[in-house]
Design a protein around this ligand. Structure first.
Ligand SMILES: [Fe+2]
Ligand SMILES: [Fe+2]
Length: 337
C-alpha cells in the first residue's frame, strides 16, 4: 500500500490524499490487457512502452486503472495464472513511483483463472504505490472504496469513488454483463451525502469498468439531434455502434442524478469507444484504452489508444482531456453533423 505522510486511511474506512496547491492530475488508464506469459511478450512490451510514453507526457499525481489490467484468458494469453500477472502488474506500476488506484474489470479474474478477487486484491494491496481496498464485505463486488482529496487547509475538494462493476450476471460470458448493484449504489450515495456535509459544493468523480446503459442512451439521443446532450470529444468506433452494457436493471445513473454530487463518470471496457458526452449534467467518458492483446488485430488500430487526463483545480472544478498515443485521434461520431 502507498505509504506517504500525505495519504492515510480514516476511521470511516475512506482514504484521504492531501494534494498540493497546484491542479491535481489524474491519469485514467484502462484495459491494459497484460498477458505476462511466454507468448505475449511482444504485446506486453508494446503496452508497457505505450504506458511509459503516456505517463511521461502527462506526469500525473495519481493513476487510476479502470479494469482489465490483466488478462488471464487462456486462448489469447496462454495462461490462467492471474496471480503471476497481478504480481507483474504491481512491479511495473510501482516502477513509476506514482500512486495508482486499481479496480476490477470483467477479465482480471476471468473464468477458470487461478486467483479470485480476494487473491488478486491481496497482491494489489502489496504494491508499494498502490491504493486499493476490498471495501465492505457485505457489498457486492470487491474493491468499492473512496479516495477523498483534501487541500493543504484540510478542505475536502473532490471525492473519487472507485467501484466494482462486476462481471457476468450468471457467472459466465454468454449470460451477459453485470453492472453496479443496488447495494453498491446506495452505499456510494450515502457516503457522498455524508461527505457533502463537510463541503456543500462537493463534487465527486466515479470510476468503474463497464459503461452504464446511459452512455448508450445519451449517444442515441445525440444522434437524433437532442440538444440536452453535449458532445465533448472522442468517438464510438466499436462495430455497429456497440456498447458493452448490461441488459439488467441498473440504477446508478438515476441515483447519481438525485444525489447530485457525482459530476463525472469514467469507464473502459469497449476498447474502441473513446466518446465523452455530458448528459443531464454528468460528464460520461470512455477512457482511451491500451490493449494490444485482447481484440483481434488491435495492434494495427491506433485512434483509440492512449490515456485520459483529469485535472482537478483547487475549487474542485475538473477538466478532462484525451491523451492519444498517436498524433491522430478520431473525432468521428456517427450522427453528428
Ligand atoms: Fe477490456
Ligand atoms: Fe472489459
Amino acid at each position: 500500500m502507498y505509504n506517504n505522510s500525505r495519504f492515510y486511511k480514516d476511521i470511516d474506512n475512506n482514504f484521504t490524499l492531501k494534494i498540493d496547491d497546484k491542479p491535481f492530475k489524474i491519469l485514467q488508464l484502462t484495459d491494459l490487457h497484460f498477458g505476462f506469459s511466454m507468448i505475449t511478450k511482444k504485446q506486453d512490451k508494446l503496452a508497457m512502452d505505450a504506458i511509459n510514453k503516456i505517463i511521461e507526457k502527462t506526469c500525473p499525481d495519481l493513476i487510476i486503472l479502470t479494469g482489465d489490467s490483466i488478462f488471464p484468458f487462456v486462448i489469447k494469453s496462454g495462461t490462467r495464472n492471474n496471480i503471476k500477472q497481478a504480481k507483474k502488474l504491481i512491479e511495473f506500476m510501482d516502477s513509476f513511483r506514482i500512486p495508482y488506484a486499481y479496480l476490477f474489470g470483467n477479465h482480471d479474474v476471468e473464468m477458470g483463472s487461478k486467483g479470485n478477487k480476494d487473491d488478486i486484491s491481496d497482491i494489489i494491496i502489496n504494491g508499494k504505490y498502490s491504493i486499493f481496498d476490498k471495501g465492505l464485505e457485505e457489498l457486492t463486488g470487491v474493491g468499492n472504496y473512496i479516495i477523498k482529496l483534501i487541500n493543504n487547509n484540510d478542505k475536502l475538494i473532490n471525492t473519487l469513488v472507485i467501484l466494482d462493476s462486476n462481471m457476468y450476471r450468471e457467472g459466465w460470458f454468454y449470460s451477459g454483463f453485470d453492472c453496479i448493484h443496488e447495494d453498491q449504489t446506495s452505499w456510494c450515495m450515502q457516503e457522498l451525502s455524508e461527505l457533502k456535509k463537510q463541503n456543500s459544493d462537493l463534487t465527486a468523480l466515479a470510476f468503474f469498468h463497464m459503461p452504464l446503459p446511459e452512455y448508450k442512451e445519451a449517444y442515441e439521443k445525440m444522434k437524433l439531434g437532442d440538444r440536452s446532450v453535449q458532445y465533448n470529444f472522442g468517438s464510438i468506433s466499436e462495430y455497429n455502434d456497440y456498447f458493452g452494457i448490461t441488459k439488467y436493471q441498473c440504477d446508478f445513473f438515476e441515483k447519481a442524478l438525485d444525489n447530485d454530487i457525482i459530476k463525472g463518470m469514467f469507464c473502459g471496457h469497449d476498447h474502441l469507444n473513446t466518446l465523452s458526452l455530458t448528459y443531464k449534467g454528468i460528464m460520461m467518458t470512455y477512457g482511451m484504452s491500451i490493449d494490444f492483446l485482447g481484440y483481434k488485430r488491435i495492434k494495427k488500430r491506433y485512434t483509440q489508444r492512449g490515456g485520459t487526463l483529469i485535472t482537478i483545480k483547487q475549487d474542485g472544478v475538473f477538466d478532462v482531456a484525451p491523451i492519444p498515443l498517436a498524433t491522430v485521434v478520431s473525432s468521428f461520431v456517427r450522427g453528428q453533423k
